[in-house]
Structures are given as structure tokens and as C-alpha cells.
Design a protein around this ligand. Structure first.
Ligand SMILES: [Zn+2]
Length: 777
């Protein structure tokens, strides 16, 4: 054997002959691998090869450089194929109509291979040679051909600088052209060293032979790809060709020619117009390629499908066969979203009735649905990619009349609400409503609730029963979910409760409308009940949160009502944090309380709360009877001196404050414990804020800020600051005089403007406006 020729093959073929060699134990179930320290094809190496051959090891080398693993390979020196008789046998069996399982097929191939006669083996090898020659005649001669026991290794040396994706592409093309072993294509492939022994059947060793070697035949990878592609097209036209016989090996390869400016991440730089798999290049052309794609998929004459809800369209699209859309037949293939070297990284699969694309490579790992796949391939912006799919499958997105009407209502409302931020006239028309809406976060909460309702409209529109019931836009979620959606996700329960209280006040003011559960469509009723059930254990406050509401029209009539209610709210000293059902029961009666808290219609006031409110009532009357006035802190002090075991009675409330939970868990918590005392003080003050408005209405007492005059008249000590409750109405009389004068002025001359009257009476315009409004009631 010509050792010089082999040395030349290694030295000129592969980076001046610097090569990694490996020895693999053959003919055994578990092969052992040994990495040789030899780096050149030298006399010493040859000696070592012989020694290892004698021990039953096959001698291999890595044509490509950079390491031993696929991902380590950086120097792509050659492309190669392994033509093997077993591949021919397999193809023959498949073509003859075999449909069994993969392992059955392999058994069959093995059996047929073992029964081959010498001259049959020879004939197969001859036909391999003819293929190599046919390709050579088409202008692509091999750089080297190595004869193996059952076939040939054919080499096409590459010029320096070939890229991984180019190598992969060429491998795919060559395997198809030669019907070569589909496994022999990875960058770190091991191939047999010429002039060493093939020992898979130890009793029938075979010496690997270097046949042809032409050192000057080298290919530019990019050019080779173009030429091989041309050949594949020609071969498909020519009938007598022996190439490209096995269509199962038609490349599902990556043919991604990256843009020449390197440094772009591979996941973004892929040029889909260059990928010859199925419909991919057609899809990459976007709307321009749409008519042809529709006819390829046979959906060009499909009747139009109408959907109201975009989400339904999304669901429909996910049910479309993704493999068919892309024109990819195999389940596993080279991922098309990154430069993969793993021939089975890409995977299209069906889960339940939906299709997905998954890449199993850790470098990429994408997991896409149909919309994302199309977004990547067409490079269209999100809405256009969606429209592309809608056009492809002939889907119309329609809006019902109700839906359009509601959308408009929501738009008008939002526009109107936005004006509250700056419109002085609005503030003058609705002073109390403005005051309420300008309370921190209230206006934006109301606007955002409208936005949520807008998003939920399509879902509502699809509920058939809605058309019958003719309600306005309902936010299709328990209010708690809506509020959670509006506030960011990590909001505390406290924020959610605060926002919930604001929503209840908005309902109180007719800015929103509560929907009775029995008025809801059946589907929603079920959800409410489920939700109520699940939140019961959280205590009564959460029962409010299972409600649904309606967006109302903010016309002038409605806003006048809202203004009246806002005024009521403020004139009765109601505050946002203390707004309660008990207040409403006391102030407005059962009907109003039921309107605002429909889910608590049957509910009685708890015994503890009733007892506490009675006690506050008693203490306030007593104090005002004695000294003519009282204040929150005074009453709280008295409440604490009562013989009531607050700790036991409000155990749950106290526990609710997680910071102090541990203290109360110890049963012998001291009554004088600072944490508990602090909590009790705040708790009682809150109770005062909740009950006092009702008590004031019942008794006719007034609430007023302490000023010099009041302090003098009621003899209020200096340390009392803020508001007090008192009985006298003296100072109001002066005001009534002023008020009646204003009314008279207006009656005498209706053309007088409020500001003119204010000037005449030397008071504020606001005061005039309030007085005149009061008159209309
Ligand atoms: Zn991938």
C-alpha cells in the first residue's frame, strides 16, 4: 500500500496533517474508545495503529478540526459521505412497499445483507462508483475516495473558512445525491484511516484503501452548495440518472446563508427566502407569496369563516396543521430557527388538538405556536402577521352591532373622564364629583375599568344570551380579578381592598352599575358561584369581590345623579376608607344598601358590630349631653375603658394584620402589649369613622373643625384638635341669612351670574353655586 500517498492525503488535505485519531473497539456490544496522543500521520502513528488493530480496535480520525465534539469543531476541512450497501438494501425494501416499524426494517436489512453473495456485494460497490463518476461528469469530481468494506467514503475538500451551516447544507445535499448513510454528516464525524483494518467481523477483516486522491480539487463551500442544488434539479429531470434515488433523503437541511456581517445572533440572521424546505421560502415572501401558498395548501376556495372574538381566531389557527403549512414531512428535522448541527433538533408536534413547533437544542430552544412561527418567517409586525394568517385561512373578524355600540360608549366615557383631569368647567358643574374623582387614583381606576371592559367585549359578544338580555358592557370577571389586573400583580391585599372600596363608591354614585347575579348570562352565573364558594373562607369582605358590573353611559342626567350622591357622600362625612354597608343601611335604608351591596342582601349586621355601634351611640349622646361636644379620641378612650374583651372578640381582625399575628398566637398576650394597644386604637378610630355619620343623622348633631370661635363657645380644651361633634347650630343661622339673600338676588334677576352674586355678597363663587343648587333640591 502506498504510504506516501496516504501521508500526502493527510498532510495536504487536513491542516498540514494535524489530526485527532481515535481507536474504537469493534465487534463488541459496548465499544471502548481511546483518544490517541498521535497528532500526525507518521511512522510512529502507523506503528501504534497496527498495535491497536491487533487488539481488535478500528482506527479512526476526525477530518474536521477544533475538537472531538460537534460543538467544538471550528475548522471545516472536508465534506464526506459514506455509501454503504445497507442503505441500498433498506431503500430497496422500502420501495417494495414495506410499511412496518423501524426495528423490523433493520432486522430485515441485516438478514438480507448477511445472505449477500460476493458478486452481489461487488455489483453494489460498482454502482457506487458509477454514482461518483456521474457526479464528476457533472463537474464535481471527488477530492478523495476511500474504499471501505461495504462501500466508499467520498471526500470533497473545502477551502479554508467554510462555515458550519455551509458544511451542514452540503452534507444534506450529498447524502440525498448518493443515497448515503444519513447518520454520517456531523461535524465531529470519525472516519476510517486508510491502510488500517476494518474489524467489525474479526474473522473477516478488511483493509481500508485510499483509491483516488487529487490534492488540487478543493471547493468553495458557498459555490458548491449552488452547484449541488443545480445538479439536484437536473437529476430530477433526467430519467436515467443513478443519483438522488431515495426521496426520503431529500434534504430537510438548513440552507441558511447568513448575512456577511458577522456578529448578528444566528437566531435573527436566518434568511428564510433561502431555505428550500417545503413552503418556507414562499412564506418568507409574506403577502406576495400568499396566493400561491393558498393554492398549495388547497385553501384558496375555502368558504369564509366569521369570528367575533380574536381569541377564537387564535384558537382556530392553533388547530391548523403546522407540518402541512410549512411543508415539512418528517417529525424531527434541523431546527429552522437557529443554525443547528443536530438533525433532529426541530420538532413539530400536536398536543391535544393544537400544533406546536419545538426546538430541542439548548442553544435555541424555541417553543412556538403558528402565529409566532409566521412572525419569525415573514418578519411581519405582530398585527400584519396575524392578518396574513387570517387571509391564508379565509377568516373574517366581525363585530356585532352590540359590540360596536359598546365600544363607542366606552370610548366616549373615557374621553369624558379624561377631561376631568383639566377641564375647569367640569369641575364647576360637578364640584363634589370632581372632588371624589380627584381623590388619589380614583379617576384612573375608573378609566382603567373601562379599558378592561373594552378588552372583554369580544368574549361577551360571543355569549349568545347577552343579545337577549341587552345589558351594557359587563366586565367579565369577578371585580377582584379586574382590580388585580389593573393594579400590578404584586399588589398587596390591602391595595386590592382599597380599590374595591372605591369601586363600591362608584357604584353608589351611579358611575358603574352592579349586575344582579341572576341577570347574568348562564355561563357567568356559574363562574360567580364558583368564585363565591372559593372566597368564602377568606371572610366576609371578599364576598363583595365576586360581583360583576356594568359600564353605564356618562350622560348629563347620570352625572347629575352622581353629583348629588357625591354631595351626600361628603355632607355626611363619609370617607373612602370607611365606606360600609352598615353606613348605607343607617343613612339610606335597606333599598340603597341592597343596590350597592347586592351580594349581601340577606346579611344581618353581626352581633359584635351591632353591640359596638350601640355603645358608641350611647357614649356620644352621654358626652355631648354633659359637655356639649365630644371628639373621636375622647370616645375611643371611653370605649377602651368599657369592660369588653376586644382581643377575644376581634381576634380574627387582629390576626388579619400579619405583622402582629405571632403576638396574638400566644394566648397570654398582654392587654397592655404595645402592638395590641396600637392596633386597638386604630381599629376603634375606624369604627368611629364608620358609625358616626349614621349617628349624626339620627341625632342631628354636627361635625365641625375646631376654630377659635367654637373653642371659646363650647369651652374645648386646647389639646383637642381636628374635628369635634357638637349640638349647637348658632353659627349656621348667619349663613342661612346669607344664603337666603343670595337666593333672593337670583330670583329677582335670573340673568345675574354666580360670580356677580359672589362679588355682591363678598363670598366665593363656589358658595353661591352651592347655595343655588341646594335650592333646587
Ligand atoms: Zn432551534
Amino acid at each position: 500500500m502506498n504510504k506516501e500517498k496516504i501521508r500526502e492525503f493527510f498532510e495536504t488535505g487536513f491542516d498540514n496533517g494535524r489530526i485527532n485519531f481515535e481507536y474504537i473497539l469493534e465487534g463488541k456490544k459496548h465499544s471502548k474508545v481511546y483518544k490517541s496522543k498521535m497528532k500526525y500521520y507518521s511512522k510512529e502513528a502507523i506503528k501504534e495503529f497496527e498495535e491497536w488493530n491487533e487488539q481488535g480496535y478500528g482506527i479512526f480520525y476526525l477530518p474536521n478540526g477544533g475538537g472531538y465534539k460537534n460543538e467544538e469543531i471550528t475548522d471545516f476541512r472536508a465534506c464526506f459521505v459514506d455509501m454503504d450497501i445497507k442503505d441500498e438494501l433498506e431503500h430497496e425494501i422500502v420501495v417494495s412497499g414495506f410499511t412496518g416499524a423501524r426495528n423490523e426494517l433493520q432486522e430485515l436489512v441485516k438478514a438480507r445483507f448477511n445472505s449477500l453473495k460476493k458478486e452481489q456485494t461487488f455489483r453494489y460497490k460498482q454502482s457506487f462508483n458509477e454514482r461518483i463518476i456521474e457526479l464528476e461528469e457533472m463537474g464535481i469530481p471527488p477530492s478523495a475516495v476511500v474504499e471501505t468494506k461495504n462501500g466508499y467514503h467520498v471526500y470533497y475538500l473545502l477551502e479554508a473558512g467554510a462555515q458550519r451551516h455551509e458544511f451542514e447544507t452540503i452534507e444534506g445535499l450529498l447524502i440525498y445525491i448518493f443515497n448515503a448513510d444519513a447518520a454520517v454528516k456531523n461535524p465531529a464525524r470519525l472516519l476510517r484511516v486508510p491502510n488500517t483494518l476494518h474489524l467489525k467481523e474479526p474473522n473477516d477483516p478488511f483493509t481500508i484503501k485510499l483509491g483516488i486522491f487529487k490534492r488540487n480539487i478543493r471547493y468553495d463551500a458557498e459555490e458548491l452548495i449552488v452547484r449541488l442544488k443545480e445538479i439536484i434539479e437536473n437529476v430530477n429531470i433526467k430519467m436515467d440518472s443513478q443519483l438522488c434515488v431515495n426521496s426520503n433523503k431529500a434534504p430537510t437541511y438548513n440552507n441558511k446563508l447568513l448575512p456577511s456581517n458577522k456578529g448578528l445572533p444566528a437566531r435573527i440572521g436566518i434568511d428564510y427566502s433561502n431555505i428550500d424546505i417545503g413552503n418556507i421560502s414562499l412564506i418568507s415572501r409574506g403577502f406576495e407569496g400568499l396566493p400561491e401558498l393558498k393554492s398549495r395548501l388547497g385553501v384558496d376556495n375555502q368558504p369564509e369563516l366569521c369570528y367575533i372574538d380574536r381569541n377564537d381566531i387564535r384558537q382556530f389557527l392553533k388547530r391548523q396543521n403546522l407540518k402541512q403549512l410549512l411543508g415539512i414531512e418528517s417529525d424531527r428535522f434541523l431546527c429552522i430557527f437557529h443554525n443547528s448541527s443536530n438533525s433532529s433538533s426541530g420538532n413539530i408536534y400536536k398536543y391535544e388538538d393544537k400544533w406546536f413547533y419545538k426546538c430541542h437544542s439548548s442553544r435555541c430552544g424555541v417553543h412556538y405556536d403558528i402565529v409566532q412561527v409566521i412572525e419569525r418567517m415573514t418578519r411581519l409586525p405582530i398585527h400584519k402577521a396575524f392578518n396574513y394568517l387570517k387571509q391564508l385561512y379565509n377568516i373574517a373578524e366581525v363585530k356585532t352591532e352590540w359590540q360596536m355600540d359598546q365600544e363607542q360608549l366606552i370610548d366616549f366615557n373615557i374621553e369624558f373622564l379624561e377631561r376631568f383631569k383639566y377641564d375647569v368647567d367640569l369641575h364647576n358643574n360637578y364640584p363634589f364629583l370632581s372632588k371624589f374623582l380627584r381623590t388619589k387614583g380614583t379617576l384612573s381606576l375608573l378609566i382603567q375599568i373601562h379599558e378592561v371592559a373594552r378588552r372583554k367585549l369580544p368574549q361577551l359578544a360571543t355569549m349568545k344570551s347577552l343579545e337577549v338580555k341587552n345589558t351594557n358592557a359587563i366586565v367579565f370577571a369577578p371585580i377582584r380579578k379586574v382590580i388585580e389586573e389593573i393594579l400590578n400583580h404584586d399588589s398587596s391585599a390591602q391595595n386590592i381592598n382599597k380599590a374595591n372600596t372605591k369601586v363600591i363608591i362608584m357604584i353608589f354614585m351611579y358611575l358603574l352599575n352592579t349586575i344582579g347575579i341572576d341577570e347574568l348570562p348562564d355561563e357567568m352565573q356559574k363562574k360567580v358561584k364558583e368564585y363565591q364558594k372559593s372566597s368564602f373562607r377568606n371572610g366576609e369582605t371578599f364576598r363583595n369581590l365576586a360581583r360583576y358590573y356594568e359600564i353605564v353611559s356618562m350622560d348629563t342626567e347620570r352625572l347629575m345623579l352622581a353629583e348629588e350622591m357625591s354631595k351626600f357622600f361628603y355632607s355626611n362625612h363619609l370617607t373612602i376608607s370607611s365606606f360600609k354597608r352598615e353606613q348605607l343601611l343607617g343613612l339610606c335604608g335597606v333599598e340603597e344598601a341592597n343596590r350597592v351591596f347586592p351580594e349581601r342582601v340577606e346579611e344581618d349586621i353581626s352581633e359584635i358590630n351591632q353591640r359596638l355601634s350601640d355603645l358608641i351611640y350611647k357614649l356620644v349622646i352621654m358626652k355631648i349631653g354633659v359637655q356639649g361636644w365630644t371628639c373621636d379620641s375622647e370616645v375611643v378612650e371611653l370605649l377602651r375603658m368599657e369592660n369588653i374583651d376586644y382581643k377575644q372578640l376581634y381576634k380574627d381582625n387582629f390576626k388579619f394584620n400579619s405583622n402582629r399575628k405571632s403576638e396574638l398566637d400566644l394566648l397570654e398576650v398582654n392587654d397592655y402589649d404595645k402592638g395590641f394597644q396600637c392596633w386597638l386604637n386604630t381599629f376603634l378610630l375606624r369604627k368611629m369613622a364608620a358609625y358616626m355619620p349614621v349617628i349624626l343623622v339620627k341625632t342631628g348633631y354636627l361635625k365641625a373643625r375646631v376654630n377659635k370661635e367654637l373653642r371659646r363657645r363650647l369651652n374645648i380644651p386646647l389639646h383637642i384638635k381636628g374635628s369635634v361633634y357638637h349640638q349647637t347650630v348658632d353659627s349656621e343661622e348667619d349663613n342661612d341669612d346669607k344664603a337666603s339673600k343670595i337666593r333672593r338676588l337670583k330670583q329677582n334677576d335670573t340673568s345675574l351670574s354666580n360670580s356677580k352674586i359672589a362679588e355682591l355678597m363678598s363670598c366665593s363663587r363656589q358658595y353661591v353655586s352651592n347655595v343655588l343648587k341646594r335650592q333646587h333640591r
